[in-house]
Design a protein around this ligand. Structure first.
Ligand SMILES: Cc1cc2nc3c(=O)[nH]c(=O)nc-3n(C[C@H](O)[C@H](O)[C@H](O)COP(=O)(O)OP(=O)(O)OC[C@H]3O[C@@H](n4cnc5c(N)ncnc54)[C@H](O)[C@@H]3O)c2cc1C
Length: 418
């Protein structure tokens, strides 16, 4: 009997893979999702953006997320590491922002809810299966996978979605990954109890503390638990020759706001590290393949856009494949349009990230000019607004123009990290 041919095989069951599968199932397609782990599993990336909400509603998972009781996030704060300056964004004050709150999530629970939802919509899910290789033939694509019990199998599909995250399954197979030359970073992080929080609605804000060449995140996860991490240069971490826990404590101790917030903190579990970020693949598609989320590209988590971009690209990938199967025509023009759209969305955040590591950007970012409503435009970016229209775009251009000017002339007060 010939092997069953799926409409789509999705590689990876993170937010990118689950959302792709949900949209594909809503279009009535036959979908197999292969995930190498068994859920629930730990994953970093816990602060979501308000615009995730639109996707949650479209795939019908919003009520399940509400029932799970995740903390609601209403804004984000950015502070200098010496405590001399800071700025707070409240999403509902954003003139271009349609969604005014997000959630902070433990990814083990969040990703599991999404994966189970994809299964309830009719996705066939095999956990504990690692995809080793894919071949894109003229009629079908073949996916060679191995289970954690050692069973090897080849699955066939008309199209593939690679949502393997930073595992970058097909990008690595093709050798097309390009690492950002100036952003070779590593994160050292853990979950803590008794981290000092603000009072009132700001209690659940994501807090970013920017030191000279590194930054901390503080993300409240539950009433008790806060995720705290530090992103720094790979090279600096290597030259310190200290354990991750020692490096973490060293940089906490070097910053006034971090010392204050972490004074009574108690580590739950262990300090962990992860590297390998800030890259993109040269192409986001193949003849029978679309790459979504981190499997397309990922850059530095400073603006908490990773999960949103993974789910947003999952939605666009599902749409491109659904239309191709419906019309039974050449997928390539649609795949190229997909790549352009996803690339533009990622570029938006990449530009912010590259600038974030410069001092003039921080000088303007911490004191945006109210006169032109620039904070509203920046606020919208932080919320995940990608289509804010002309009004938002010219304000962002103006913002970056002022950053360039600030590099030459002190239009705004200079800052110091010491
Ligand atoms: C330090 C750090 C902090 C971050 N903080 C945030 C944040 O606050 N907010 C935010 O939105 N984002 C954050 N991110 C980014 C976020 O984690 C990712 O962008 C997001 O998880 C991408 O989703 P994804 O579905 O593309 O990939 P993933 O969530 O990584 O899912 C990929 C899945 O594919 C599976 N897989 C991998 N290879 C294979 C294979 N060969 N076969 C089968 N399965 C496979 C993996 O097991 C995994 O479950 C952070 C990232 C880092 C590194």
């Amino acid at each position: 009997m010939p092997a069953e041919v799926y409409d789509v095989v999705v590689i990876g069951g993170g937010p990118g893979g689950s959302s792709s599968a949900c949209y594909l199932r809503q279009a009535g397609l036959k979908v197999l999702l292969l995930e190498r782990e068994h859920f629930p599993r730990f994953h970093i990336g816990e602060s979501l953006l308000p615009y995730n909400r639109r996707i949650f509603e479209e795939i019908g998972v919003q009520s399940k997320l509400e029932a799970a009781g995740f903390l609601r996030k209403f804004g984000a704060q950015f502070h200098l590491g010496n405590g001399s300056k800071g700025t707070k964004f409240v999403f509902k004050e954003g003139r271009f922002t349609k969604f005014s709150e997000a959630i902070q999530v433990e990814r083990a629970t969040f990703d599991h809810i999404l994966l189970k939802h994809a299964a309830e919509l009719g996705t066939e899910i095999h956990e504990g299966w690692t995809v080793k290789r894919v071949e894109q033939g003229s009629e079908v694509a073949e996916v060679q996978a191995v289970s954690d019990k050692g069973e090897a199998k080849t699955f066939k599909a008309r199209y593939l979605i690679d949502a393997s995250g930073r595992g970058n399954m097909t990008g690595n197979q093709e050798g097309i990954r390009e690492v950002h030359p100036r952003l070779k970073k590593l994160a050292v992080f853990g979950h803590f109890k008794h981290v000092k929080r603000d009072e009132g609605p700001k209690e659940t804000d994501t807090i970013i503390v920017r030191l000279d060449n590194k930054w901390f995140w503080l993300i409240p996860l539950t009433a008790e638990k806060t995720s705290v991490g530090c992103v720094m240069d790979n090279v600096e971490f290597g030259t310190l020759k200290q354990s991750p826990a020692e490096v973490f404590q060293r940089f906490v101790a070097s910053s006034l706001p971090m010392r204050e917030r972490m004074a009574k903190a108690e580590l739950c579990g262990q300090i962990q590290t992860t590297g390998d970020f800030s890259y993109r693949n040269k192409s986001f598609y193949g003849p029978r393949l679309l790459r979504v989320g981190d499997a397309a590209g990922f850059m530095d988590p400073i603006f908490s856009a990773g999960v949103f971009l993974a789910m947003f690209s999952g939605k666009l990938a599902a749409k491109a494949i659904t239309e191709t199967l419906k019309k039974n025509d050449d997928p390539i023009p649609r795949f190229q349009a997909y790549e352009r759209r996803v690339y533009d969305s990622m570029k938006f955040y990449w530009q912010m990230v590259e600038n974030f590591y410069t001092t003039p950007f921080m000088e303007v970012f911490l004191e945006p000019r109210k006169r032109f409503d620039m904070p509203a435009a920046v606020n919208a970016v932080l919320a995940g607004e990608l289509d804010g229209g002309v009004g938002m775009r010219w304000r962002l251009r103006l913002f970056f123009f002022i950053v360039r000017m600030q590099a030459r002339y002190p239009l705004l007060p200079r800052i110091s990290f010491q």
